[in-house]
Design a binder for this molecule. Structure first.
Ligand code: NDP
Length: 477
């Protein structure tokens, strides 16, 4: 999926760049000249791509053009075609393109109103709720972005407000479910316009020196230009799109699906309860650990463009929540024992995933002076050189979860998604789409991250790979 690597060149200059071949050719003079002459540009184009340029552009253009209609087809199949891909396929075969246009809901005033009120509420919470000052990781050009860690408070206020609005009959969340297609449609178009805004902002008013153009409109639009775009000094756009809009909508929609099933049937099935509980545990974990998320690839390496921002604004509320969307009209009675087994297995996976992230962050925060599974951690001291030529050291953890595989934490992440989907049983494939998508995403991400770290740490990464030879699944891959 990705043709972009973030390269730490072997001549010591660190620069994020759009690439190219796995081999990075050394052209020190040219690089230094280019860096000096354009210090504002943190990204510069190279001439070769990991895959051929044609394949690179083909995959970017395909995702740009296929993701929006896919969201609509997914919603249509879940809500109006009994979750059956075959039923939607037969409909499209019979009615062709016109049939597809007919099922694409038009964004209505109520859909825009719901999105606007929700977005404004979340933006206000992000700005106004108190929170600890947290410093993000040092960026490629040496900046250290500062955040306000008020995610857990925003999450709590959002859910309490939403459920109270329903409880006191001020607003019924079933309205959201009943206008879901229109909401997705509005989100698709609204978010595309938002990505154009990000592109223009990246060109005319970047918030920091961590911004740059590849010189190619498609790449800039797809991958983004700014690493930390902000409105004013304090409103971080990626925190808004990824956390406060995207991840928050996951919890809000999970609750919505539950309420809709309750209002339809007068009760909530145990399958829906397991699904909703696991999704809420996952999202709660996310907000509990939100400041840690600001150190991950999404925030520290991926720029604000279609890939990340459109993904969080549209793909998360639609695809990530889709197993619950399916269950609304397909209540399954699992029985207490099976429901409990699935619930416990899911919670355990979410806990292990959390503990992997926690171990790594605690290890880095304490500069290796912590206990991992009751012992002093084993580690590799890896040096690398930044854009400005400074030599820095990072610690790589090689014990605890991190000795099993270099990206072992993706295993419980995928399994957790399986456990909140399996209450839907196996009548249809579509509820499992998210699990399949997530598996592809994380395998691709592991490759992207390994490639980036290899070029950042060079021989130290090789040493790490010798010590921890498996990429994701211990003993297998
Ligand atoms: P990580 O949190 O694993 O961060 C990767 C970075 O960690 C590397 O680039 C490197 O950065 C550093 N690192 C790598 N190995 C080590 C080590 N052994 N010791 C110390 N630091 C190391 O990556 P992700 O952002 O992919 O994952 C974060 C969480 O988000 C995970 O729980 C994942 O499952 C979840 N996730 C969920 C997704 C979803 O859609 N549901 C999608 C993606 C992630 P440096 O340059 O600092 O050395």
């Amino acid at each position: 999926m990705s043709d972009i690597l973030f390269i730490y060149t072997s001549n010591g200059l660190h620069k994020e760049r759009f690439i190219i071949s796995i081999e990075v050719k050394q052209r020190p003079k040219r690089r230094e000249q280019r860096l000096r002459s354009d210090q504002k540009m943190a990204a510069a184009p190279e001439t070769k791509t990991v895959h051929s340029p044609a394949l690179t552009y083909f995959s970017m253009l395909s995702l740009l053009s296929l993701c929006p209609p896919f969201v609509i087809l997914l919603w249509y199949t879940m809500v109006n075609a009994d979750g059956s891909v075959a039923q939607t396929w037969n409909y499209l075969k019979q009615h062709g393109l016109q049939g597809f246009i007919d099922i694409w809901p038009r964004p209505t005033a109520i859909a825009w109103k719901i999105i606007f009120v929700y977005g404004a509420f979340e933006a206000a919470l992000q700005l106004l709720l108190p929170g600890k000052r947290v410093e993000g990781p040092i960026s490629p050009t040496g900046n250290r972005p500062v955040y306000k860690a008020n995610g857990m408070a925003a999450y709590f206020v959002t859910l309490v407000t939403y459920i109270s609005l329903w409880w006191f009959e001020i607003f019924n969340p079933t309205v959201v479910y009943d206008h879901l297609g229109e909401i997705y449609s509005a989100l698709i178009f609204g978010s595309l316009i938002f990505c154009v805004f990000l592109y223009i902002k990246g060109h005319v008013a970047p918030s920091s020196t961590d911004s740059g153009s590849s010189g190619n409109f498609i790449i800039d639009f797809y991958w983004g230009m700014e690493l930390y775009p902000r409105i004013g000094k304090n409103f971080d756009i990626k925190v808004f799109t990824n956390c406060r809009f995207g991840m928050m909508s996951w919890a809000v929609l999970a609750v919505t699906y539950c309420i809709k099933q309750y209002e339809l049937n007068g009760k909530v099935s145990d399958s829906m309860l397991v699904n909703t509980t696991l999704m809420l545990v996952y999202v709660t974990k996310f907000f509990w650990w939100e400041a840690g998320y600001w150190n991950t690839m999404d925030i520290a390496h991926d720029r604000a463009g279609f890939y990340i921002c459109w993904g969080c604004l549209v793909w998360v509320p639609s695809v990530y929540t889709s197993p619950g969307m399916y269950l609304v009209n397909h209540p399954v009675n699992l029985g207490m024992q099976l429901a409990l087994y699935i619930l416990v297995a899911g919670v355990l996976c979410i806990y292990i995933n959390y503990d992997c992230d926690r171990q790594r962050q605690e290890f880095r925060r304490t500069n290796g002076k912590c206990k991992i599974w009751g012992k002093a951690p084993s580690k590799i001291e890896a040096t690398y050189t930044t854009t400005s030529g400074e030599t820095k050291t990072s610690l790589l953890l090689t014990s605890g979860w991190w000795c099993l595989a270099r990206h072992f934490h993706y295993v419980p992440e995928i399994l957790a998604a399986f456990f909140w989907t399996v209450p839907a049983l196996f009548n249809h494939f579509l509820p499992y789409f998210y699990v399949v998508f997530l598996t592809i995403l994380l395998f691709d991400r592991a490759k992207r991250d390994d490639d980036r770290c290899r070029s950042k740490y060079g021989k130290y990464w090789k040493l790490y790979c010798n010590k921890v030879p498996y990429k994701i699944v211990p003993g297998i891959y």
